[in-house]
Design a protein. Structure first.
Length: 492
């Protein structure tokens, strides 16, 4: 890969072509400041590469050989780009430069990368911190993020672009940025009048993709592998909860041992990969997600589809099948002990239950579904048609925790399951891991229901302070993958 210094050269060149000299033309170069002339410029072309390294997202994709599904063009397209130059020593704004002539090259031989090039630009020599934003729209959008100081620029939070929370339409492309530390301290010292410098910028999407599907149309429920089936469950709908409405324009990370915001952000230390030890991705709301979430009500409307407002009768359910259903989400991360139902992004599954038989108070079997009661009672792997029948069966039970009841609807009996999306599974269902639950930009989260081990509930108890760990009635195969682009037909 071409070093980030070249990327910086490309940015600087664009600046000179598009702008006349100004007070910022005395570039922070580490050399004596001199009046710039055409001999102090370098010709530069940019290459923008849309792929991702799993090791830099700290996900289970690091250890996985699973491959993403076919690339979707709108996910990697680059429509418009602007680069921002800050003096590497002064950290002061120098220029922002819109790039022109954006063209996509043929797919790389391995099918893993999509590369775009731009027209060349002329850039004054100097040492720069270079930043790139793509697919952000018109000049007003790009200009509003400019700040005089670099740390203020990197603190940019967008609360408009993806305010809806759940993103379905990406026909205009996904907002992408480079990692600040990748193109930090780029030195432009050479005059390249005849040969273009080609600068590579790795763009990462500010969104993550969530794919939801099932492995079967219908799941059989049994007490144990050799028992008879007592019911079938068809998962046919889902609903994603706790979707952030705004995001950091550039990736933020931190090493934390307490929920205390760092006093300052370092470009080189806090805008790169997530540290392997106590490392976190930081979203704009991170330090407001208190460990005690008992009273969290989403009063400031940070989350769309807030779990605490869930109403199974009125939510907009998505269709669930064995085929992938894809949507997009912003980054959502919590401090380790704050990984709670009130904050974490999760999937609520809606299912239809069909009992194999129902028992009356005399233990007679009812097998005709048309004769099943309006209210169905469940206890200890059996269904009953009345409270009297249930009471007779449960009279000697030590606990009634497994008793459930379901009202018949026009679509039969329904139940609900919840699953909280993991970013980094620590392999221990009894201990919460750092960054175990969460959504990180530029990752694919493939949520595939593998097994249903028990009945869900006719309603969901909504307690924001409930830890994410511990759901057992549903078994999900979760693959967290680097968002590498492929134009191949890959079947998981």
């Amino acid at each position: 890969m071409v070093h980030s210094k070249k990327a910086l050269l490309s940015l600087l060149a664009a600046f000179t072509l598009l702008s006349s000299c100004s007070q910022h033309d005395e570039i922070d170069s580490g050399l004596a400041k001199v009046e710039k002339t055409s001999q102090d410029n370098a010709n530069v072309k940019f290459q923008f590469i849309t792929n991702a390294s799993s090791s830099e997202t700290r996900s289970t994709a690091e250890e996985s050989d699973e491959q993403p599904t076919s690339g979707i063009e709108n996910e990697y397209q680059v429509n418009d780009v602007r680069v921002y130059l800050y003096g590497s020593s002064s950290k002061q704004f120098v220029k922002s430069i819109p790039l022109s002539g954006i063209k996509r090259l043929p797919l790389t031989a391995d099918g893993n990368r999509v590369i775009y090039t731009t027209d060349r630009i002329s850039v004054p020599i100097g040492i720069y911190d270079v930043f790139v934003i793509a697919n952000y729209g018109n000049d007003d959008n790009y200009n509003k993020v400019i700040k005089e100081k670099e740390n203020e620029f990197l603190a940019t939070v967008d609360s408009v672009t993806y305010h809806g929370g759940l993103i379905k339409d990406i026909s205009k492309g996904v907002v992408m940025t480079n990692r600040a530390s990748d193109n930090y301290g780029v030195t432009i010292t050479e005059n390249q009048n005849t040969t273009d410098n080609v600068i590579e910028i790795n763009l990462e999407r500010t969104l993550a993709r969530i794919d939801v599907s099932t492995t079967k149309d219908v799941y059989e429920l049994k007490k144990d592998p050799i028992s008879e089936t007592y019911a079938t469950v068809k998962l046919d709908r889902y609903y994603i909860v706790n979707l952030p409405r705004y995001y950091n324009m550039f990736r933020h990370t931190a090493v934390l041992t307490s929920l205390v915001e760092p006093s300052s952000w370092s470009v080189t230390e806090n805008f790169g990969r997530i540290n392997d030890v106590n490392g976190y991705a930081i979203d704009p709301y991170f330090f407001r997600k208190e460990v005690d979430a008992t009273q969290f009500t989403n009063a400031d409307d940070y989350y769309a589809n807030f779990y605490g407002d869930f109403n199974k009768e009125t939510v907009a359910w998505e269709t669930l099948t064995t085929q992938l259903s894809s949507s997009y989400s912003l980054e959502n991360c919590m401090f380790q002990p704050a990984q709670k139902n009130g904050y974490s992004t999760g999937v609520i599954f809606n299912a239809r239950i069909t009992p194999k038989k129902v028992l009356d108070r005399y233990n007679n079997e009812i097998t005709d579904e048309q004769q099943f009661p309006e209210t169905l009672y469940y206890f200890n792997y059996k269904f009953y048609d009345s409270e009297e029948a249930l009471d007779a069966a449960a009279a000697n039970a030590i606990s009634e925790t497994s008793i459930r009841k379901f009202k018949k609807t026009a679509e039969g009996y329904r139940c609900y399951y919840k699953y909280w999306i993991r970013h980094l599974d620590n392999g221990d269902d009894t201990a919460m891991g750092v960054m175990e639950f969460g959504i990180v930009r530029n990752n694919l989260y493939d949520v595939k229901v593998n097994e249903v081990k028990g009945l869900g509930y006719d309603d969901l108890i909504l307690i924001p302070d409930t830890p994410d760990e511990g759901e057992t009635d549903i078994n999900v195969i979760l693959r967290v993958k680097p968002w590498i682009v492929r134009k191949l037909n890959i079947t998981l």
